[in-house]
Design a protein around this ligand. Structure first.
Ligand SMILES: C[S@@+](CC[C@H](N)C(=O)[O-])C[C@H]1O[C@@H](n2cnc3c(N)ncnc32)[C@H](O)[C@@H]1O
Length: 220
């Protein structure tokens, strides 16, 4: 597995940040990346269906998805080759696992890079808040869905119903990790669904601490 060799500063930044953090990532993030387990529980993967996680990081979610849906075919992409070292260690090395992992940019990938024409389920968990061109990542994910497939997103909300001081403190702290909660995520997803005749479910959890979305592509 090789890093994206384009001098892409975002890829470099992610690698620099996760080179060390990946070793304690799973342990620490369980205290503040809420909604991931709800998202996984509600995936409802068809038997033999394909699931791609965009920005899969250490492979924590893919491992749980594989346990819950043992018949699913699993795929993961991340721009950080460092993160995928941890994912490989967790999910097995290429060729000896049913999980296919690739270094790729969420804003510019195609299912054919994974040998698929599309995916039945795509998961983006706490990655859009780290992707500068996050709308492009949403477009690429929707384009990679099979007809009737669904895109499941969990990410930071605007903490709209939490005390203002907590909101400010959290936003400042997240900034140190290159995280920017996407204020317009619901608006953007809603517009895309309306334009394409698809449907969108939106649910804030923890008084707006996190947002969950399910974008369902129409069957034709
Ligand atoms: C906060 S972590 C989330 C990891 C995992 N999805 C989870 O829920 O634990 C964000 C991940 O997104 C990846 N990422 C950031 N920008 C990306 C991009 N443009 N394309 C693909 N992955 C990206 C990072 O390298 C990192 O692994």
């Amino acid at each position: 597995m090789t890093a994206i060799e384009t001098g892409n500063s975002h890829a470099d930044r992610m690698d620099r940040m996760y080179r060390t953090q990946r070793h304690f990532y799973d342990l620490t993030r369980k205290y503040y990346l809420f909604g991931r387990d709800t998202l996984i529980r509600e995936l409802d993967v068809p038997v033999g269906g394909s699931v791609l996680e965009v920005g899969c990081g250490t492979g924590r979610n893919l491992a749980l998805i594989g346990r819950r849906f043992p018949q699913a075919r699993l795929f993961g992409l991340d721009i950080s080759a460092e993160m995928l070292v941890s994912a490989e260690a967790k999910l097995g090395r290429p060729g000896r696992t049913r999980t296919v992992l690739r270094v790729a940019d969420a804003t510019d990938f195609k299912p054919l890079e994974f040998g698929e024409t599309g995916f039945d389920r795509i998961v983006i968990s706490y990655a859009l808040s780290m992707i500068p061109e996050w709308e492009k990542a949403i477009d690429a994910a929707i384009a990679a869905l099979n007809p009737g497939g669904s895109l499941h997103i969990a990410d930071f909300g605007q903490q709209e119903r939490l005390p203002r001081l907590f909101h400010r403190g959290l936003q400042a702290w997240l900034k140190r990790f290159h995280v920017t909660p996407r204020k317009l995520m619901a608006t953007v997803l809603k517009a895309k669904a309306a334009k394409s005749g698809d449907t969108l479910e939106f649910r804030p959890i923890g008084r707006g601490y996190a947002w969950l979305f399910v974008y369902r592509r129409s069957a034709n």
